[in-house]
Write a protein that binds this ligand. Structure first.
Ligand code: ATP
Length: 235
């Protein structure tokens, strides 16, 4: 589904990624782990076209999409839920969802898709006519994910969905995403600082440290690897 090779990125003089490779199987859940500043968010931003890479390539479903604009990538089946959620607080829940579906030519989807998101995330249905500013942190995360899903992606990039949420809320959101993967074959690339949460749901995981990939393995094997945990995940 996604093949990243030798990706390098920088913010002015600050080098944030140094030649990162990543292979994401279709229908899998892959976690990107690492402490603060490891380069996780930067990796997602380069993959989704928000930040042009200094070197390397991004191949989506066999097509080279390096340096393509974010809106092109949405059309090609990629959606990105940024850190800090990115919902538009002045708009209602329903309006936020519809915005996410505007890329689709199929107008009927706006209606069926919104209904589908309310099934997936029932707390949103109760608040459909309220402005997003009235939502709790967990509900905002649900809305951000729902909005991304409205573009009917094949690959969903999620940046720190557990940030600031109660463990129970995070568990609920993750269970929904897993169910969706079973039903639709959605591929997930999940950035998390909370390694335990991510490793409990992921099939594979990679660990970044100072912009380099330092581990890449089965999630269960990585979870059992004390050396990696002590060196790169407890910071
Ligand atoms: P976090 O969990 O804090 O988001 P991260 O692993 O996602 O951490 P990045 O945000 O990708 O890490 O940051 C990687 C490096 O790039 C860090 O050294 C960070 O300070 C730097 N960096 C990130 N964003 C910017 C920016 N807008 N301008 C300058 N440097 C930045």
């Amino acid at each position: 589904m996604l093949e990243v090779r030798g990706l390098a990125a920088a913010y002015g003089p600050v080098r944030a990624l140094h030649g990162v490779d990543l292979h994401v199987e279709r229908g899998s859940i892959t976690a990107v782990l690492g402490v603060n500043g490891a380069g996780k968010t930067t990796l997602l931003r380069v993959i989704s076209g928000l930040l042009p890479p200094k070197a390397g390539s991004v191949v989506l479903g066999g097509r080279d999409v390096t340096r393509r604009a974010p809106e092109d990538l949405v059309r090609l089946g990629m959606a990105h839920v940024p850190e800090g959620r990115g919902v538009i607080v002045e708009l209602t829940v329903e309006e936020n969802l519809r915005l996410g579906g505007l890329w689709r030519r199929d107008r009927g989807w706006l209606k069926t898709g919104t209904a589908r998101m309310f099934e997936l995330f029932p707390p949103l249905a109760e608040r459909r006519h309220q402005r997003a500013e009235a939502l709790s942190g967990g509900e905002r995360q649900m809305l951000a994910i729902g909005r991304a899903l409205m573009s009917r992606p094949e690959l969903l990039l999620l940046d720190e969905p557990s940030l600031g949420l109660a463990p129970r809320t995070t568990a609920r959101i993750i269970a929904t995403l897993r169910a969706l993967r079973e039903q639709t074959g959605l591929t997930l690339l999940l950035v998390e600082q909370n390694a335990a949460t991510a490793l409990s749901v992921a099939d594979r995981a990679v660990v970044l440290n100072l912009g380099r990939k330092v581990a890449d393995d089965d999630a269960t094997r990585l979870a059992a690897d004390d050396r990696v945990r002590r060196a790169y995940l407890e910071g």
